[in-house]
Ligand binder design. Structure first.
Ligand code: MV4
Length: 446
């Protein structure tokens, strides 16, 4: 097992990794920008190293600086968290070339899933259902138009190097196709430096359901059920829950088994998430994330498994500590993301925390690096914490979550907590009857 792990990240996820390491008897190194000198992760880690000025590109994305910090502190392994360098295959390669272990999958798997065309072709061949679409890249507008007419509108034009919604173009009618096509191409070029695009039938009212998977270096692969992440705004998830209120036990087992089989077939190891669109009782593969995700605690709460500890064990070459037939999904969990944002406009609201009180009690978890007097820097993501609640069923979970939100005190900045209270009171949320566009539509009407 590793003696010392460097965490190449900040905020709540840096703290989350430090906690897992401490429980495993592993020493920790926090790296931080000059803006984060007073961060909780810096205080709680055994050692810390300043890696550069505030902008992400100069610090948390500064590969030479991070590798130097690992070298001078004698770290064995590097945990990338989520975001930043977590899905950068070049970083993963360099980490290994410098004699450290990357706590994540093989660089080849990061590359495979980073190319959305390759990812889709790979999983389709291995039996996952995919959205009807172009067979590979679309070379020109004529070919694209031909596909659209054959499939029927609406269609969606996607960037092969995309993901997370950037550079997508929905086209509803023939007249709009040519312009949308050139828009998609140039946006792909600008955003990803690659103008390769492909096309799919556009699903109009899907839900976003993702499966948590895990593989090890010994050919084992498991799934830990799904998370329903359909409550989102502008591709930012606001609330995630497990299990999905609309899936049956049979559907869960079927898609989960298919997902785990793909993991096994490609020899993937580490944590991963296979994202699906779900519409009319059918799943369609969307993409695979090769990192730990923000919403991983939802799965931890219903399985009782420490996913970060499992990532560390797998990266150290240990077999999965979890046996397939021992996995039980217990009760219901919901996570709400707490952002330092105006709850009405969702505009960032950085500043200093003047009053802070975290909720507690049975089934309540608060993952955050905040403390009274902490100043939220303006340079990074606005997520400042996550409130995760577990209950015996969805009703108890929702009641408990509302109770926990009312206990929470965060003063000095605006937060999204009032927006969550509002969501939790909506009849569509309570009945589970919503799709990925529901929140945005509902916010306009409000
Ligand atoms: C889609 C889709 C509908 N049909 N693909 C958005 C991000 C990227 N990962 C893929 N996305 C979508 N792909 C087809 N064929 C709708 C979306 C989509 C979406 C998906 C999940 C969560 C929120 C979303 C918001 C807008 C569009």
């Amino acid at each position: 097992m590793f003696k010392k792990v460097l965490i190449a990240n900040r905020g709540e996820i840096a703290l989350r990794v430090i906690r897992a390491c401490r429980e495993m008897g592993i020493e920790t190194v926090a790296v931080h920008s000059t803006a984060d000198a007073n961060a909780m992760a810096v205080r709680l880690a055994d050692e810390s190293v300043c890696i550069g000025p505030p902008p992400g590109k100069d610090s948390y994305l500064n590969i030479p600086s991070i590798l130097s910090a690992a070298a001078v502190t004698g770290a064995d392994a590097i945990h990338p968290g989520y975001g930043f360098l977590s899905e950068n295959s070049q970083f993963a390669r360099m980490v290994e070339e410098h004699g450290f272990t990357f706590i994540g999958p093989k660089p080849e798997h990061i590359d495979m899933m980073g190319d959305k065309i390759m990812a889709k072709q790979t999983v389709a061949k291995l039996g996952l259902p995919v959205v009807p679409g172009s067979d590979g890249a679309i070379e020109n507008v004529e070919q694209g138009f031909e596909f659209a007419r054959a499939t029927g509108f609406p269609v969606l034009i996607k960037a092969a190097s995309g993901g997370g919604g950037k550079g997508m173009q929905v086209v509803h009618k023939e007249e709009d196709f040519a312009e949308a096509f050139s828009m998609a191409r140039s946006e792909a070029k600008v955003n990803f430096g690659d103008d390769t695009i492909y096309m799919e039938k556009f699903l109009e009212k899907p839900r976003h359901i993702e499966i948590q998977i895990f593989g090890d270096m010994h050919g084992h692969a498991i799934h830990l059920g799904e998370r329903d992440c359909s409550i989102q705004r502008r591709h930012q998830k606001l609330l995630e829950e497990a299990p999905s209120p609309i899936l049956s036990e049979e559907e869960r087992n079927e898609i989960g088994t298919l997902a785990a089989d793909v993991v096994k077939e490609i020899g993937y190891y580490g944590a991963g998430t296979i994202e699906f669109l779900y519409e009319d009782n059918k799943f369609y593969f969307m993409e695979m994330n090769t990192r730990i995700q923000v919403e991983h605690p939802v799965t931890e709460m219903i399985t009782g498994i420490d996913l970060i500890a499992e990532q560390i064990r797998v990266a150290a070459g240990e077999p999965l500590s979890i046996k397939k037939d021992r996995i039980r999904l217990r009760g219901h969990a919901i996570e709400v993301r707490i952002n330092a944002e105006d709850p009405d406009t969702f505009m960032p609201s950085p500043g200093t925390i003047t009053q802070f009180h975290t909720p507690g009690g049975l089934g309540v978890r608060f993952d955050s690096a905040l403390y009274t007097g902490y100043t939220i820097p303006p340079y990074y993501d606005s997520m400042i914490g996550k409130l995760i609640v577990h209950g015996r069923n969805r009703e108890e979970c929702i009641r408990r979550l509302k109770r926990a939100i009312t206990e929470t005190v965060i003063e000095g900045v605006k937060t999204t907590l009032p927006a969550h209270i509002w969501i939790l009171d909506q009849p569509e949320f309570l009945s589970g009857d919503y799709d990925i566009h529901w929140l945005e539509k509902k916010l306009v009407e409000r």
